[in-house]
Design a protein around this ligand. Structure first.
Ligand code: SF4
Ligand code: F3S
Length: 107
């Protein structure tokens, strides 16, 4: 089992999640973070850290969010590790809970 970062993180990228991870399995892209499912030990510490509830257990993914497991798996293979929080994009607040953000994901 793994935790998965889902659509709401796109263009928000608050990074509050990364510092609690005991196994450093967060990877950073231009406007999104992903979790490496092969490294995640399912400790659940990161889930409450995200202020916009973008992190979910694999078991709690809704049907429309299941594709994010594949997206996290694929992008964590090439994106660099991130272990320290950083400033969110200046317009992050405006993008919270906006629908249809997947098309804005920069790989
Ligand atoms: Fe890291 Fe635990 Fe979150 Fe998995 S569930 S990404 S191990 S903090
Ligand atoms: Fe994204 Fe939430 Fe982490 S917005 S970077 S999953 S704190």
């Amino acid at each position: 089992m793994t935790y998965v970062i889902t659509e709401n993180c796109i263009k928000c990228k608050y990074t509050d999640c990364v510092e609690v991870c005991p196994v450093d399995c967060f990877h950073e892209g231009p406007n999104f973070l992903v979790i490496n499912p092969e490294e995640c030990i399912d400790c659940s510490l990161c889930e409450p850290e995200c202020p916009i509830n973008a992190i979910l257990s694999e078991d709690d993914l809704k049907e429309e969010d299941k594709k994010y497991l594949e997206i996290n798996t694929r992008l964590s293979k090439t994106w660099p590790l991130i272990t320290e929080a950083k400033s969110a994009p200046s317009d992050a607040k405006e993008w919270e809970n906006k629908p249809d953000k997947l098309k804005l994901l920069e790989e």
